[in-house]
Design a protein around this ligand. Structure first.
Ligand code: SF4
Ligand code: SF4
Ligand code: SF4
Length: 418
């Protein structure tokens, strides 16, 4: 009954439709048929491969009592995350799901179910928006760290808001064969849409340098990537890093098998990200097509767009407020506390980055990059400035620090409630 009451509180459709949907889902689950038409998602292949995947890899889960009420983990995700509009779009759940149950719905900015759930609970273990997953995360505003430095890349022609430090670290990891590949965000220069890109050669990293503000889905390719690689380095926003950190802490076999392939997790400071609609809105405001953009940069309360002809246009961020991802409004982490190394502009002079080294693995990679002559490193980080920005994010999002780390979120209102 409690479950149904929860649905009544948060549902945005007529209750009759919700109950019918739940019944239909349960029947469909028991028949092992897909619940939703997957024709508009990009994971058709996952769906087709699912039966063999289940029979080979998941034993015992199918022996469920047929009359046992079905409140599957996927329903918990739906109730606690998706219907509350707090999904960060990190795709952590998709990356660990062994049955191909989930695919990303770009219309609704969150995963949805495309085939049967086998109740392994991996998705619940790694979701950064499940309140229980925020327990045991450091309550220090910057999170734990070993060292905090100013740094910038010594590699030529790196265009990056973050002093090129992430590129320098990945160059060290690839050149020294510490990892097989790096997972970074690339960008389509025509549409300006960003997408996860796997890089095997450090020379390719230059093409991926620069800021991306329209996607944080770095974990999406992990599910396939772990099948053909031993060690991966990835660069992600705090929500993706949070999911990775939870994966590393999880004892769920499906979460573990992904986590053990990720050797380095590099986090980027993040205040908020935008839906893809922001590109069209920027184009409209500045009167230039997306293909003429040559870089975007956020700072001092405005978005600056560099154009291919060398010109610049600026837009106050409040003009783009409607495009901020809904899930970002429930985000508490500015500095990616569960990374090995966090990087951001805040706290450093122009052209430099703040580098927060958090783990011994991160320290090792940072030292190697410095020893290889890839980094210029100095002291003097303005830690107070980073703490101020971290608190501002908490205040802006209406989240009280003690609530988060006490396991209780103060959620934002959903779009339908506004
Ligand atoms: S990860 Fe496991 S519990 Fe979650 S949706 Fe996939 S099969 Fe279901
Ligand atoms: S926050 Fe991430 S892990 Fe949680 S439901 Fe959304 S995409 Fe999945
Ligand atoms: S604000 Fe940044 S870290 Fe938080 S959910 Fe949005 S993209 Fe992820």
């Amino acid at each position: 009954m409690e479950t149904y009451l929860n649905f009544i509180v948060i549902q945005t459709e007529p209750i009759g439709a919700i109950i019918m949907k739940m019944i239909t889902e349960k029947i469909a689950d028991s028949m092992s048929h897909p619940l939703e038409d997957a024709s508009h998602n990009s994971h058709q292949q996952d769906r087709e491969e699912t039966p063999s995947c289940q029979s080979k890899e998941i034993s015992g889960i199918a022996n469920r009592d047929p009359i046992e009420p079905l409140l599957l983990p996927i329903h918990e995700l739906e109730k606690s995350v998706w219907l509350k509009d707090v999904c960060s779009s990190c795709m952590g759940c998709i990356s660990v799901c062994p049955a191909g149950t989930l695919a990303y719905d770009h219309e609704r900015n969150r995963p949805h179910q495309i085939t049967s759930c086998v109740d392994c609970k991996a998705c619940l273990d790694v979701c950064p928006r499940i309140p229980a997953n925020n327990q045991n995360i450091s309550s220090q505003i910057l999170g734990p760290y070993i060292s905090i430095k100013n740094a910038k890349s010594k590699i030529d022609s790196i265009r990056s808001q973050n002093g090129g430090v992430a590129t320098a670290l990945l160059t060290a990891a690839l050149d020294e064969e510490l990892v097989d590949c790096a997972l970074v965000m690339g960008q389509d220069p025509w549409s300006q849409r960003s997408y996860p890109r796997v890089v095997y050669d450090a020379k390719e990293l230059k093409k991926c340098a620069g800021n991306k503000y329209t996607s944080n889905a770095i974990l999406e390719p992990l599910k396939d990537l772990i099948k053909c690689t031993k060690n991966i380095a990835l660069v992600g926003t705090p929500c993706s890093v949070h999911a990775m950190g939870l994966m590393r802490r999880s004892s769920n076999e499906f979460a573990e098998r992904v986590a053990q392939k990720v050797r380095f997790v590099i986090g980027l400071f993040c205040f908020e990200a935008y839906d893809e609609s922001v590109i069209a809105d920027i184009s409209k405001i500045i009167g230039e097509p997306a293909w003429r953009f040559d870089g975007m940069n956020i700072g001092d309360g405005k978005m600056t767009i560099k154009l291919r002809d060398g010109g610049f246009r600026t837009i106050p961020l409040q003009h783009l407020a409607e495009d901020v991802k809904t899930g970002c409004k429930a985000c508490a982490d500015f500095t990616a506390k569960l990374s090995d190394i966090s990087i951001g502009r805040m706290g450093s002079a122009s052209g430099m980055s703040t580098v927060i080294v958090r783990t011994s693995e991160g320290m090792g990679l940072f030292d190697i990059a410095e020893d290889m002559g890839l980094l210029e490193v100095t002291d003097g980080v303005n830690v107070e400035a980073i703490e101020r920005a971290s608190r501002l994010k908490l205040t802006k999002n209406g989240i009280i620090l003690s609530d988060i780390f006490g396991g209780r979120h103060q959620y934002v209102r959903s779009k339908s409630e506004r």
